[in-house]
Write a protein of this length. Structure first.
Length: 157
């Protein structure tokens, strides 16, 4: 049987359990038609690239499927009818890898990084931003004026 990967995006207002229930319903329909789910990943509540039906975030679920084409079409029809599902996309693939997807492996890398890098320039040691008149050009100008005051340059004007 052909292999497919489906990504389902559910509304952000529902809980993770409800999003999993929507994926379970699609899975049950698929298994009733003779297919099987080889891989299932919950990617979490993620921001959308643009607003979909007034939603800015969505629950992402990846399904790795081993099913005949009519079963996948019926699963997609059921997902279309579900009001909690914002979008879905099914792609035929050559193989379904057992490793975590790129999304999940990147999340693990982010959690392991504790060093945040060097402090950005333009900040004091306390982290407070420099004020407008604390910039280097203004400090140099003020030092120049102080030097002129020491020599009595103000009296000439």
């Amino acid at each position: 049987m052909p292999l497919y990967e489906t990504v389902v995006i559910a509304r952000s207002e529902i809980t993770q359990a409800q999003a999993d229930a929507a994926a379970d319903a699609a899975t049950a329909q698929l298994e009733a038609d003779g297919g099987s789910v080889k891989k299932r990943e919950y990617w979490g509540l993620r921001s959308l690239a643009y607003r979909i039906k007034k939603n800015r975030k969505g629950h992402y679920i990846l399904l790795g499927l081993d099913a005949p084409s009519p079963a996948v079409q019926e699963m997609e029809r059921q997902l279309t009818l579900n009001e909690d599902v914002l979008r879905f996309m099914t792609v035929r693939v050559e193989e379904i890898s057992e490793e975590p997807s790129a999304i999940l492996s990147r999340k693990a890398d982010d959690r392991e990084r504790s060093f945040r890098g060097p402090k950005p320039s333009g900040r004091f040691d306390s982290g407070r931003k420099r004020g407008f008149d604390e910039r280097e050009e203004f400090r140099a100008r003020d030092e120049f004026r102080a030097d002129r005051d020491d020599y009595g340059a103000e009296e000439d004007i």
